[in-house]
Design a binder for this molecule. Structure first.
Ligand code: KG4
Ligand code: ZN
Length: 343
């Protein structure tokens, strides 16, 4: 797009500052981003400790915590960015997918601020925002790329041809990759959230110790992790003395093996110029290293956003909001929250 679009009396361009708000799950986050990729501030307040004793996110607790945390988090994001309120040109907020009560806290706050400041409100799809995280650290991206989006709720391979233009190439037919990490970690007694716990435990183990299955590895672009999870459970029950570190490492290697294999395959199918990672699982070191090796081997550019940009944050929401504002203009103020929103 050459000309910067005009929304009302706002020219949406490189100096447009968007406040992003994220409350879809268990992170309360706010960020200020200028021009779609210049992160002025990004504040994330995690509720992990509140939910850890329950072994997972409790929706009612999440909503209440968002209510308490959101205003101070937004205030901090504005102070850290060093700008006045009136410098904020638009307010973007996750409208789905996510927990309904949690989403509503963010959406209500975003609309109220947009009204008070008389600036556009932009509803953002959380999954689309995860795709933009890859562009945040590296704005000079060469499209098309394939993004492997692996989070707690979703695992998908998406072709991005232009900002705002995507095609889902494949996805999980059962558990998301992050969900598999969380369930296996819980079974192994490693705590919540499971991804970082498995990664830490796996450091002392051997990823080749146990040959867990790689379901659907050589079929199409969909993935499946539910059989792998069951296989881990069965193996540990049948071998109570097995080394937990070996189980964690072998499980992690199996997940990474499938994800990297499918991502390479997807890149080849669409003739992508590069591969990008997004979503919480993209914080995993083994996945990052193996994807980088695969890109080197296949002559692809690798886009590995910082770990902070892989997991839930509001900078990606503000970035996606800037692009959406340019493409579609503002959202209506009667926009709701959509727990099952799809990409
Ligand atoms: O994107 P995200 O922060 O929230 C969702 O939108 O779901 O992803 C959270 C998921 C959790 O399942 C968590 O266990 C997983 O990402 N995760 C990891 C790592 N860090 C977070 N999985 C594997 N390795 C990690 N280092
Ligand atoms: Zn997410």
């Amino acid at each position: 797009m050459n000309e910067d679009p005009v929304v009302g009396d706002l020219v949406v361009g490189p100096s447009t500052v968007v406040l992003g708000i994220e409350t879809s799950c268990d992170e309360t986050a706010a960020a200020l981003v200028m021009g779609g990729n210049d992160v002025l501030s990004s504040v994330v307040s995690s509720q992990i400790e509140l939910h850890a004793t329950f072994g997972g996110v409790v929706p009612e607790i999440a909503s209440r915590a968002h209510l308490e945390l959101l205003n101070p988090v937004i205030a901090r994001a504005i102070v850290e960015a060093g700008v006045e309120d009136r410098r904020i040109d638009a307010v973007a907020c996750t409208i789905g997918p996510g927990l309904i009560g949690a989403l509503l806290v963010g959406v209500s706050a975003a609309k109220a601020l947009a009204l008070a400041w008389d600036v556009p409100f932009v509803g953002v799809n959380h999954l689309e925002a995860h795709l933009y995280a890859a562009l945040l650290d590296d704005p000079a991206i060469e499209l098309p790329i394939v993004v492997l989006l692996a989070s707690g709720g979703h695992t998908m391979l998406v072709e991005m041809t232009d900002p705002g233009e995507y095609r889902v190439l494949g996805q999980t037919i059962d558990d998301a990759a992050g969900e598999a990490f969380d369930k296996v970690a819980r079974f192994l007694g490693l705590g919540y959230p499971g991804g970082p716990a498995i990664e830490r435990t796996a450091l002392d183990g051997d990823g080749t110790a146990i040959a867990f299955p790689r379901a659907m590895r050589d079929e199409g672009l969909d993935v499946s992790f539910s059989g792998l999870k069951t296989s881990v459970l069965n193996h540990v029950r049948a071998n109570p003395d097995v080394d937990t570190a070996d189980v964690a490492a072998s499980f992690q290697t199996a997940v990474v093996d499938v994800l990297v294999h499918k991502a390479r395959r997807a890149a080849a199918v669409v003739g992508a110029k590069g591969l990008a990672l997004g979503g919480g699982v993209a914080a995993n070191s083994e996945l990052r290293e193996r994807l980088l090796d695969a890109c080197t081997a296949d002559g692809l550019r690798a886009y590995l956003p910082s770990r902070a940009m892989c997991t839930d944050n509001a900078a990606m929401i503000a970035a996606a909001g800037w692009h959406r504002l340019r493409l579609d203009g503002p959202s209506e103020l009667d926009t709701g929250a959509y727990p099952n929103l799809r990409l």
